[in-house]
Design a protein around this ligand. Structure first.
Ligand SMILES: C[S@@+](CC[C@H](N)C(=O)[O-])C[C@H]1O[C@@H](n2cnc3c(N)ncnc32)[C@H](O)[C@@H]1O
Length: 253
């Protein structure tokens, strides 16, 4: 998703109000987004802590931070942390960011309480979640092909848990955020038609259903996915519309 990274990270950091000198906590950083961009923005006077429940997920992020630092670019520090039990003193951060993470946390309300406590008065948290499946062609096409070949099983339900407008902002207000707002974005990714750019989405969302498939059945499934995207291609590019939502909450000042 490298080509979409800037289109997604910039509005998320803007929504959180990340600026020079801020102390920022990024939750569920995975391979490091948007923590790496936040560190460039806050500069040497600021601090970005990237975090994830799974220490192994952070290995790539730590490697990427190392190469940024080697080039003299400000980089985050990374640490393992469960967003429902944050190991930081109350009021430690000016901003909290989280890209595509909160939907995987069963106790999302507990996470939002923990985030509110970690923020200083007047601090802001911004979460990026997926809008409806119908607006996300990458997942919609892959899911349709999987359903055709293997039947439906709700594998994507967690991913689209906050697709309903108002759901996450309501939870933020319940957790004590003074203001909570939602903004939807509909960027279009330009994917290379000659590459299986959909493979990671298939593997991440449906990998647990693919292990037992014969090579023939797997090949047939992959051919169907490729055909669906080929039907959208023009001039070597597949336009892949996405629908994401940024949900922002501010702590009373
Ligand atoms: C789809 S990845 C998002 C990674 C990155 N933010 C991005 O946008 O590319 C979701 C991440 O959420 C993390 N995660 C799941 N539950 C969590 C929790 N309770 N606390 C912190 N991170 C969690 C997972 O380990 C995974 O790295």
């Amino acid at each position: 998703m490298a080509d979409l990274a800037d289109k997604l990270n910039r509005p998320l950091l803007d929504a959180a109000g990340v600026t020079v000198g801020d102390r920022v906590l990024d939750l569920a950083s995975g391979a490091g987004e948007p923590a790496l961009g936040a560190a460039r923005r806050v500069g040497a006077q600021g601090l970005v802590v990237g975090s994830d429940l799974v220490p192994g997920m952070l290995a790539g992020a730590v490697r990427r931070a190392g190469s940024e630092a080697a080039r003299g670019v400000e980089a985050p520090v990374f640490t393992a942390a469960d967003m429902t039990a944050l190991p930081f003193a109350d009021g430690s951060f000016d901003r909290v960011t989280c890209r595509f993470g909160i939907m995987f946390v069963p106790d999302a309300a507990g996470a939002l309480h923990a985030v509110r406590r970690a923020l200083r008065p007047g601090g802001t948290a911004a979460f990026m979640v997926w809008g409806p499946l119908s607006g996300n062609a990458l997942f919609a096409e892959v899911a349709a092909a999987v359903a055709e070949h293997l039947g439906e099983d709700g594998s994507l339900d967690p991913l689209f848990r906050f697709a309903e407008p108002g759901l996450l902002s309501g939870l933020m207000r319940d957790a004590g955020f003074a203001r909570a707002e939602e903004t939807d974005l509909t960027p279009v990714r330009k994917a290379p038609a000659d590459q299986p750019f959909w493979w990671a989405a298939l593997d991440m969302s449906f990998g647990h259903r693919l292990g037992d498939l014969s090579a023939d059945r797997r090949g047939a499934l992959e051919a169907s996915i490729a055909a669906r995207f080929a039907a959208r291609a023009a001039d070597g590019v597949v336009p892949v519309p996405a629908h994401v939502r940024i949900v922002t909450g501010t702590v009373a000042g």
